[in-house]
Design a protein around this ligand. Structure first.
Ligand code: ZN
Length: 300
């Protein structure tokens, strides 16, 4: 990737090294999602809703322990302690991706009469309080609609390269762009519109609301890629392939096969590897969010 034309966002919160239970800033309910309650994670039921909304990158079952659990909290803005962290380069990289997401999405939403407000990318280590509960790094990166924050433990990028076989900056950019896609869904109102579907019995499964929400976030990641490249010339040879490798690596079928040896489509929450690549490419082809109507699509 060529990052030279990207600006680092100021909408970030560096909680690295604070420890898991730090950062209480009082409850921050009632954001864009009507105040989602605290969710436990495993075991279906209400916990599943937490999967749908919070577990943004990974499927739940058999995915090698990539589960999250969450409850309520807030957090204060912190000044980055740049000298004390070895992964500052990764933090700056992530801030650039988010900065470009702000630049790309502002006019796209404006054209639809929607006022853009930025998400805050929150860097943490191991665990942190979120507006959706306790966020844990083992869950992978996630977005909380209640506080409009993306939560990222930067060590995930090492996991992405080593465990998931998706190295390279653009694979990492895809992850962040996918999470930002959830923020866009929140701003557009898709999450609220789909709230009942996401909470109903039809949420899960290969054509359920969860998969549709996730594939749309993949498509939005493609839309971001298209426009970021048009405006900031970010793409270099091999980048798109690196993003596709990441999209493929986190498909439900792939994760389940690796975790338990077989895939169970009824339990899918994020879509197959082929679907995730396809919707990313669909967004990338023209940069049109109207191409990302996974909820209206008869075939995913
Ligand atoms: Zn997601």
């Amino acid at each position: 990737m060529d990052l030279n034309n990207l600006r680092e966002t100021g909408n970030y919160d560096d909680r690295r090294g604070e420890g898991g239970m730090g950062g209480f800033g009082g409850p921050s309910w009632g954001g864009g999602f009507g105040g989602f309650p605290a969710f436990g994670l495993r075991g279906g039921g209400l916990g599943f809703i937490a999967f749908v909304i919070l577990m943004l990158l990974f499927g739940a079952n058999g995915s090698g322990g990539l589960l999250d659990s969450v409850f309520n909290g807030g957090g204060q803005q912190q000044i980055a302690q740049s000298d004390t962290h070895s992964d500052d380069a990764q933090l700056e990289f992530a801030r650039k991706i988010v900065g470009s997401a702000e630049d790309v999405w502002t006019p796209i939403l404006q054209a639809r009469g929607i006022t853009f407000s930025p998400a805050t990318i929150t860097f943490y280590t191991d665990a942190t309080q979120t507006g959706c509960g306790l966020g844990q790094a083992a869950a992978g990166p996630f977005y909380c609609p209640n506080d409009s924050r993306i939560y990222l433990d930067l060590s995930f990028f090492n996991q992405l390269a080593d465990q998931f076989g998706a190295p390279g900056q653009f694979a990492q950019a895809y992850v962040i762009a996918h999470e930002y896609g959830h923020h866009i869904q929140n701003l557009i109102g898709t999450m609220n519109q789909q709230e009942s579907a996401l909470q109903g019995s039809g949420a899960r499964g290969a054509t359920g609301a969860s998969v549709r929400l996730e594939l749309q976030a993949d498509c939005y990641a493609g839309v971001w890629t298209y426009h970021a490249n048009q405006r900031f010339h970010i793409l270099q040879q091999g980048d798109v392939e690196g993003g596709l490798r990441a999209a493929s690596a986190v498909g439900d079928d792939t994760l389940q096969k690796e975790g338990q040896g077989y895939a169970v489509p009824d339990s899918f929450t994020h879509g197959t590897s082929a679907q995730r690549m396809r919707w990313f490419q669909r967004g990338l082809a023209r940069g049109e969010i109207s191409d990302c109507d996974t909820f209206g699509a008869s075939a995913l």
